[in-house]
Ligand binder design. Structure first.
Ligand code: FAD
Length: 379
């Protein structure tokens, strides 16, 4: 709605993504949720559209687009299937570190297949004792000759077990706290790198999350991203950009719920008229619409700043906070508008509600977003 500032190219991209999402992504969403199956074949189709590399420069076979275009595409994918939006977003989160801090050899080797979607990427920071307190990472990488030896484990990792390329945050010098953290590329199939069970999740069940296990896993020192000790900054930079994309898939889910609720309010007859004619329902729909559109404005603002070289970390936090709280409220209200039917699997709104919940938790919980926003005020 409030998208008058989009370029013709962005408008076209949005329409193309919408058509693709409606035709290819939406039809598999229910089954992916029910079977909790990651649909790699679908990711191949998304790759054929050029969406897996949309934010990668053209010289590396990508689309050369910025945060706003990326957000527009992700929103459309997630509106059709939240899990798909989340899987693509996790890919972007991982490759961001290589894109911004990788050596020219790393970029040349990894970015083109990631852009073409031949390889999938994952971002591995969280550990059993290091969630919100990301600097508490205990996985270590000891330098021995021309290799790093990695030991430890990562949990809840999106695309875990599927991703060919894993950006893994380790301590190269545990005595230095966050300054002793480094980022390493670990390829799937590297000896000593295995996976735990696939997580059985409440929502986003068509995306895959696994534990990553490292037991004397050796990677060449050429797999270090940036410098030793730079890992925490690399992770935070990736997460800042990632929050815009997260906000985008989050509000995609919210928008899907709003559309479903509006449609139902026109069709469901009680007391001889459509329930949409009752003011109680109208007020809910109006508040849902305002929440979704307001969240989009936050996303556009953060993306605009990111694309124009302006500081955007606080804006990205606000976008993620507003979008996920909006998506949670809107999806709950969509279930309410559906009444008892909303609680049944026959309608997609219960899936939307389950999918929305995680968006208040990952990429920094919404408590932490508030901490970040408050800090920016008080500094
Ligand atoms: C489906 C899913 C996908 C994920 N994907 C990835 C991924 O791809 N890569 C990755 O690295 N991680 C991933 N994660 C991990 C996710 O980022 C963490 O779960 C999240 O950061 C929170 O950490 P935690 O679960 O350990 O919660 P905790 O940090 O233990 O937090 C518990 C509660 O305490 C609150 N809390 C903690 N500290 C503070 C504070 N200082 N002030 C106020 N409140 C506080 C939190 O807000 C929360 O409510 C994923 C998680 C899930 C569930």
């Amino acid at each position: 709605m409030f998208d008058y500032f989009l370029t013709e190219e962005q408008r076209l991209l949005q329409q193309t993504a919408r058509r693709f999402a409606e035709n290819e992504v939406a039809p598999q969403a229910e089954e992916a949720d029910e079977k909790a199956e990651f649909n790699r074949e679908l990711f191949r189709k998304i790759a054929e559209m050029g969406f897996m590399g949309i934010n990668i420069p053209e010289e590396y076979d990508g689309g050369g687009q910025g945060s706003l275009s990326t957000a527009l595409v992700i929103m459309e994918l997630a509106k059709a299937c939240g899990s798909t939006g989340m899987g693509v977003a996790a890919h972007f989160l991982g490759l961001d570190a290589i894109l911004h801090y990788g050596t020219s050899e790393q970029k040349t080797h990894y970015l083109p297949p990631l852009a073409r979607g031949e390889w999938l990427c994952a971002f591995a920071l969280t550990e059993p004792a290091a969630g919100t307190d990301a600097a508490a990472v205990q996985t270590t990488a000891q330098k021995r000759g021309d290799k790093y030896i990695i030991n430890g484990n990562k949990i809840f990792i999106s695309n875990g077990g599927e991703a060919e390329v894993n950006v893994v945050f380790v301590k190269t010098d545990p005595s230095k706290g966050s300054r002793g953290m480094s980022a390493l590329i670990v390829e799937k199939g590297t000896p000593g790198f295995t996976f735990g069970k696939k997580e059985d999740k409440m929502g986003m069940r068509g995306s895959v999350n696994r534990e990553l296990i490292f037991e004397d896993c050796e990677v060449p020192i050429a797999h270090l991203i940036g410098e030793e000790g730079q890992g925490f900054k690399i992770a935070m930079d990736a997460i800042n950009t990632g929050r815009i994309v997260t906000a985008a898939y989050t509000i995609g889910v919210g928008e899907a719920a709003l559309e479903a609720a509006t449609k139902y309010a026109k069709e469901r007859i009680q007391f001889g008229k459509p329930i949409g004619e009752f003011q109680g329902i109208q007020f809910m729909l109006a508040d849902m619409k305002v929440a979704v559109e307001a969240a989009k404005l936050f996303i556009y603002q953060a993306a605009y700043k990111a694309d124009n070289g302006l500081p955007f970390a606080t804006e990205a936090s606000m976008a993620k906070l507003v979008s996920s709280d909006a998506a949670m409220k809107v999806t709950i209200d969509a279930v309410q508008i559906h009444g008892g039917y909303g609680y049944m699997k026959d309608y997609p709104v219960e899936r939307y509600m389950r999918d929305a919940k995680i968006t208040q938790i990952l990429e920094g919980t919404n408590q932490i977003q508030r901490v970040i926003i408050a800090r920016s005020l008080l500094k």
